[in-house]
Design a protein around this ligand. Structure first.
Ligand code: HEC
Ligand code: HEC
Ligand code: HEC
Length: 390
């Protein structure tokens, strides 16, 4: 027997195996992905988001720098995987071309927070600012750290620096080519609410608990609209103690959110929980029903108000307390006066000062009696027979 041949054999096997595995991995990790990506083209309108026409970095590029610098990628991935219910949760799965201008890519592997690659259009800019300043302001139970150094304190209020607004520009860019799909997913376009279930004492307690958990950051612990996020929200979070909202109407708003404002949709909560919160919110403004209906009962004032309304308000707020469909494109859109009552003093204030951050401007030319006439008329648009107080 030849000793050398025997020694050569394992060497030969090792060599073939080594080469084989090298080839296999080359095919699996080089050729296969290349083949599967080749031919998938980015949309035609895709351009480098990080450089403007003069080659200077854009706000999106500067925001990306901050994202890397602050280590957001420690907790957030940017990759919707093609498995399980990822698409259901985040939107269409990630495509290779989406990262073609990204050096380095920020796919990430760790998800302490949600994936961010479908963030464009999911939230409003003011939501993001309040959230970056302190995540507990918009999501009271959040464990995300706050980034106050991206903001400046001017007197009593906090204002975002350019770094913060650039970071928001970046977040609003993530997944921009899928924005319509994601919006269709997270902003329901319609919900029909037919009557509310009989409230129970248990629901009342549960409603308050849920309100403190999900809503207090923006609406304040008492629901007066002055929460932790107040410096950033435009329009401001509604004062829920200064309006009478039927439970069905609260349910509808919770389901739909208010597109164009920071008010998110809570459609992911169970129907039972949504009714519990609706009951609680209804309770916050319950006492406003009587004084508002008292205003509505002033016949002469109401008639004068009707004329002013027709002249100045009807084109946006519609006839008979129903907003015309054409105005539902306003973001945020006006709400039906048929379904709500306001504290008279609050209503007068809105007529005078408008709602900053919306198409509702203040009407300063009205005299005080004219404002009262409008208050009487608007209060009379509420549908008392539809919404009885039990
Ligand atoms: C310690 C981990 C951690 C870090 C670091 C972190 N986040 Fe988060 N983030 C979270 C968690 C947890 C949530 C979910 C709760 C919430 O919405 O606050 C979240 C939520 C978010 C959301 C909301 C997504 C949505 O639409 O619901 C955005 C946007 C976001 N983070 C951006 C950032 C940015 C930008 C940074 C860096 C400046 C950052 N995060 C750093 C943990 C983190
Ligand atoms: C991130 C901030 C934020 C959170 C969280 C939030 N809201 Fe709002 N909410 C707003 C803003 C801003 C508006 C004003 C929207 C507008 O004017 O169109 C609003 C409006 C509303 C309205 C509409 C009032 C009306 O007359 O039309 C209701 C009701 C409401 N919120 C209830 C809730 C409840 C209940 C929760 C918790 C489950 C909640 N909100 C969570 C910011 C928030
Ligand atoms: C250009 C369209 C437009 C006109 C004209 C207009 N509004 Fe509005 N109004 C809006 C929009 C949009 C909103 C929703 C703002 C928001 O989301 O809080 C609104 C909201 C309101 C609210 C509710 C505010 C709140 O906090 O919920 C009242 C009350 C109101 N308008 C009264 C009037 C009266 C009275 C007039 C006429 C004198 C008038 N509006 C004219 C667009 C308009």
């Amino acid at each position: 027997m030849n000793k050398d041949v025997k020694a050569e054999r394992p060497m030969f096997v090792l060599l073939v195996a080594g080469l084989g595995f090298f080839l296999l991995s080359f095919v699996a990790m080089g050729v296969f992905p290349w083949l599967s990506v080749d031919g998938i083209k980015p949309p035609e309108e895709m351009e480098n988001p990080y450089k403007d026409a003069d080659g200077k970095p854009t706000a999106v590029a500067r925001g990306r720098e901050t994202y890397i610098h602050e280590g957001c990628w420690h907790c957030h991935s940017q990759f919707v995987r093609p498995v399980a219910n990822e698409e259901f949760r985040y939107g269409p799965r990630s495509q290779a071309w989406e990262a073609m201008f990204d050096v380095p890519q920020l796919y990430g592997t760790r998800r302490i927070g949600p994936d961010l690659s479908r963030e464009a259009g999911r939230r409003s800019d003011d939501w993001h600012l309040a959230h970056l300043w302190n995540p507990r302001a918009t999501v009271p139970g959040s464990v995300m750290p706050k980034y106050p150094w991206l903001f400046e304190q001017q007197g009593e209020t906090w204002v975002p620096t350019e770094q913060a607004t650039d970071l928001v520009a970046y977040l609003q860019y993530l997944g921009i080519y899928y924005k319509p799909d994601v919006r269709a997913q997270v902003w329901p376009s319609r919900v029909t609410v037919s009557g509310s279930p009989q409230p129970t004492a248990l629901q009342q307690g549960r409603g308050e608990e849920l309100f403190q958990h999900y809503c207090s950051g923006c609406h304040g612990e008492t629901g007066n609209g002055v929460g932790m996020a107040k410096d950033f929200l435009k329009p401001s979070a509604s004062n829920l103690t200064a309006r009478y909202l039927p439970r069905e109407e609260v349910f509808r708003i919770l389901f739909m959110g208010s597109d164009g404002s920071a008010m998110p949709s809570f459609a992911e909560l169970t129907e039972k929980d949504l009714w519990a919160i609706s009951l609680y919110v209804h309770g916050l403004g319950k006492s406003q029903r009587a004084p508002a209906l008292e205003m509505a009962a002033k016949a002469e004032s109401r008639e004068r108000g009707a004329r002013l309304y027709k002249d100045k308000c009807q084109m946006c707020h519609g006839e008979g307390g129903l907003v015309p469909p054409s105005m539902e494109n306003l973001k945020p859109s006006p709400k039906h006066f048929r379904d709500r009552l306001y504290e008279p003093a609050y209503l007068a204030g809105v007529i005078r000062n408008g709602r900053p951050g919306t198409a509702m401007v203040g009407f300063t030319a009205f005299s005080d009696p004219e404002v009262q006439d409008l208050v009487a008329y608007i209060s009379s648009l509420f549908d008392v027979t539809r919404y009885k107080e039990e």
